[in-house]
Design a protein. Structure first.
Length: 85
């Protein structure tokens, strides 16, 4: 993705945080809450979230969402029906 399209990264509240907070090797509820607290104060939260959803980011906290929360946003509950239905 061209740098001008992700220039918002420079304004992110996370820019001075330890990247491991957002990309932990083993996520914990406490660490997730800490990362989301940083995101909650961010002026580019919407751009970050939009980027992560569009780019299909599979790891880390982006725009205040975990990978599982992003998956649920992309594929809403009930969207897929089992083949037996």
């Amino acid at each position: 993705m061209p740098l001008e399209e992700i220039g918002w990264l420079r304004r992110g509240a996370c820019k001075s945080s330890d990247p491991e907070l957002f990309f932990p090797l083993a996520a914990s509820p406490v660490q997730e809450a800490q990362a989301k607290a940083v995101c909650a104060t961010c002026q580019v939260l919407t751009e970050c979230r939009s980027y992560a959803l569009k780019a299909g980011e599979t790891d880390g906290i982006w725009g205040g969402l975990t990978p599982e929360e992003r998956r649920r946003t992309r594929v809403p509950a009930g969207w897929r029906k089992s083949a037996a239905s």
